[in-house]
Design a protein. Structure first.
Length: 337
């Protein structure tokens, strides 16, 4: 079989490898689609923290279950996706029903080899049924589940204003699930093209370009002076995160989905007088994956909107570098295996 190995930053190699043997506790998937995400691009660039090489990238996956190996309720040949956050099952987070933030987490394609391969072994408990959806749709469940998880963390209520900072693929997923929760959404970014995508393809009513507009004034106008009761950062930019505190309404929640390496600073009196809540949102759980799949089946999310680039498995090494260039307008590149 073939696999694509990131040998070192900047070098992807398409090569022949032995097909893995099926091991106890693991099922085997014939991979059919791999969605490419920021993590993969940063790993390729060499800017992803704590990343070791060589590594097979890819965690947004769908395929055919060729060997269920006793996975309860799963049948040979069925179409599946996976929850790519392989958890330990025994740590405090796992015991408390939060496997998404397991203390010993192994993310597929990050800490352990991932899906840019024809055959992949995955823990049986990571399998998710995909019947009724296409391979493309299923490969988009994971990035959307990250958005769904953040909306559940924020406990978004119908009718409230949610400000989403950052309109990349994760930000767009957050907007989709804020919309499903009945929120009024304000999309903010510094990229005009991305904001136009929000307005034209996702029907977002309010868009703000942070580089050209007076953000506090626009927010006050849109919310009739209240300001947003939920602010979600999907940029992972320290400057954007520090700036987000001032946009919160009194009593608001601020949820960090994007991650960066620095220390956050905030004005304690400003934070305190709002009785604000700050929380992070990491990965997603099975509940979120199921919410995304159910929403896709009801037609509430149109995953095909996101796919801007498509490439065959044996051509990936030629194209991958170009997806880093913002001028190419990549939202989601999809690899067909
Ligand atoms: Zn991803
Ligand atoms: Zn754990």
């Amino acid at each position: 079989m073939h696999a694509i190995v990131c040998e070192e930053p900047g070098r992807l190699v398409f090569k022949e490898q032995a097909k893995p043997e099926v091991k106890e506790g693991y099922a085997q998937i014939r991979i059919r689609r791999i969605g490419v995400c920021g993590t993969d691009l940063h790993a390729f660039e060499g800017t992803q923290p704590y990343f070791t090489y060589p590594r097979i990238l890819g965690h947004e996956l769908s395929g055919e279950l060729v060997e269920p190996n006793g996975a309860p309720g799963f049948e040979k040949g069925e179409i599946v996706t996976i929850i790519p956050y392989f958890n330990c099952g025994v740590c405090i987070a796992c015991r408390w029903g939060k496997p998404n933030c397991c203390a010993q987490i192994n993310v597929c394609g990050v800490h352990v080899d991932g899906g840019m391969t024809e055959y992949l072994n995955v823990p049986i408990h990571s399998l998710v049924h995909g019947d009724g959806l296409s391979y493309d749709e299923l490969a988009l469940v994971e990035p959307l589940a990250i958005g769904a998880h953040s909306i559940r963390r924020a406990n978004v209520k119908s009718g409230e204003f949610v400000l989403v900072i950052g309109a990349g693929p994760i930000g767009l997923g957050i907007m989709e699930f804020a919309h499903i929760a009945g929120a009024k959404i304000i999309a903010m970014d510094l990229n005009t093209k991305r904001l136009e995508f929000c307005r034209d393809r996702l029907n977002i009513d309010h868009i703000i370009n942070v580089s050209t507009e007076d953000v506090p004034e626009r927010l006050a106008t849109i919310t009739k002076g209240d300001m947003p009761t939920v602010v979600i950062d999907a940029t992972g930019s320290l400057k954007a995160i520090n700036g987000g505190f001032q946009y919160m309404a009194h009593g608001a929640r601020y949820i960090l989905v994007g991650l960066q390496k620095g220390d956050i600073t905030l004005s304690h009196p400003e934070f305190h007088k709002r009785e604000a809540t700050l929380m992070s949102s990491r990965n997603a759980t099975r509940e979120d994956f199921e919410h995304v799949i159910a929403s896709m089946k009801k037609g509430l999310v149109q995953p095909s909107n996101y796919i801007t680039h498509r490439v065959q498995f044996d051509k990936v090494t030629n194209e991958f570098k170009s997806w880093l260039d913002p001028a190419n307008g990549v939202i989601k590149a999809m690899i067909e295996v």
